[in-house]
Design a protein around this ligand. Structure first.
Ligand code: AMP
Length: 310
């Protein structure tokens, strides 16, 4: 007669996991299928490791690496995901020319101490017959959602899939994509996902330009113009810190600064509530966020700055 632990997989989940290869494992492990990722994680989970995930689209830069380092600090086992998600790009957006720099990304992940990379081909994430979309209401009608219809549905759907595949304890996102991290927090709370969301500060170039995989599209002249985004955000902060409470005037000054730069087309530049992202006209609350989206040449850039009233 077999004991319950021999026959009941729920009683002995470790028995289902194939053995780990002998010797020192090569890091980072690379998984292209959901099954390989799950087996890799099952080994980590058996050791009670705290698992962290850093979802990215690759073309890694210091912004991404700061998330990986934060994950390394807080977690025992760090997974980076690298997947250029087609469903979050609009039909006239840059999916085809989005930078793909696998060799450099792999080296960056190695240097940052990442344990495993989930790097699925498109058909693993969206096999034939795929029909489901995750939609967060309200927040998706504003700002990025209004200017990029369908974008956030693509983001929340792929992030939920990645969270379900990795089942991390903590997931790390950048404040650079302010509205995105807010939506992901909402989704996780609404759908009772057992994961902590960390939002990490925006990493900038020394001259203030927020790091972005798309910065490599900019010519030297366009890069100079792109500085107007972070400058306009800093000006807004200075005005509010100097006692300006009329945020309509702050908004006008942001627009004027952006319009003074050559070749910058503004999608929006304003001050919003940090939780609802509703536009504010008076600084009668302590916390605000200045947000900007603008196209420089052919490159659409976003940036933001949290502002605390003095
Ligand atoms: P992406 O590869 O653009 O999808 O970005 C992957 C993650 O990196 C997202 O959580 C972004 O918010 C974050 N990220 C991108 N740029 C930066 C940055 N400059 N500073 C901090 N986090 C960033």
């Amino acid at each position: 007669m077999t004991s319950p632990t021999d026959s009941d997989p729920l009683e002995s989940p470790a028995a289902e996991i194939p053995p780990e290869p002998r010797g020192e494992p090569i890091r980072p492990l690379i998984a292209e299928s959901v099954d390989t990722m799950r087996v890799t994680l099952a080994h980590a989970r058996r050791d009670d490791a705290v698992i962290g995930v850093v979802p990215t689209m690759g073309a890694l830069h210091e912004g991404h690496l700061s998330l990986m380092r934060q994950a390394r600090d807080e977690c025992d086992f760090v997974v980076a995901t690298i997947f250029v998600n087609p469903t979050q790009f609009g039909p006239n957006e840059d999916f085809d020319r989005y930078p793909r720099t696998w060799d450099a990304d792999l080296q960056h992940c190695r240097d940052a101490g990442v344990d495993a990379i989930f790097h699925p081909p498109r058909e693993v994430m969206y096999p034939p017959g795929f029909l489901t979309t995750v939609h967060v209401a309200e927040l998706t009608t504003l700002w990025e959602g209004r200017h990029r219809p369908g974008h956030f549905d693509g983001v929340t759907t792929v992030v939920l899939k990645l969270l379900n595949i990795v089942q991390p304890d903590i997931a790390f996102f950048g404040r650079k994509d302010y509205q995105q991290q807010l939506l992901i927090r909402r989704m996780c709370e609404d759908l009772d996902l057992p994961v902590e969301i960390r939002t990490c500060p925006t990493v900038r170039e020394p001259d203030g330009l927020a790091m972005s995989s798309r910065n490599r599209y900019l010519t030297p002249e366009q890069r100079e113009s792109a500085l107007s985004l972070s400058q306009a955000l800093r000006r807004a902060e200075e005005q509010i810190h100097a006692g300006q409470t009329d945020l309509v005037q702050v908004r006008e000054a942001m627009h004027a600064h952006l319009q003074a730069a050559s070749g910058v087309r503004i999608d929006y530049a304003t001050i919003v509530d940090p939780h609802t992202m509703a536009e504010l006209s008076q600084s009668d609350q302590p916390e605000m966020v200045a947000i900007i989206a603008a196209t420089v040449g052919e490159t659409r850039l976003i940036d933001n700055l949290p502002i605390t009233r003095p």
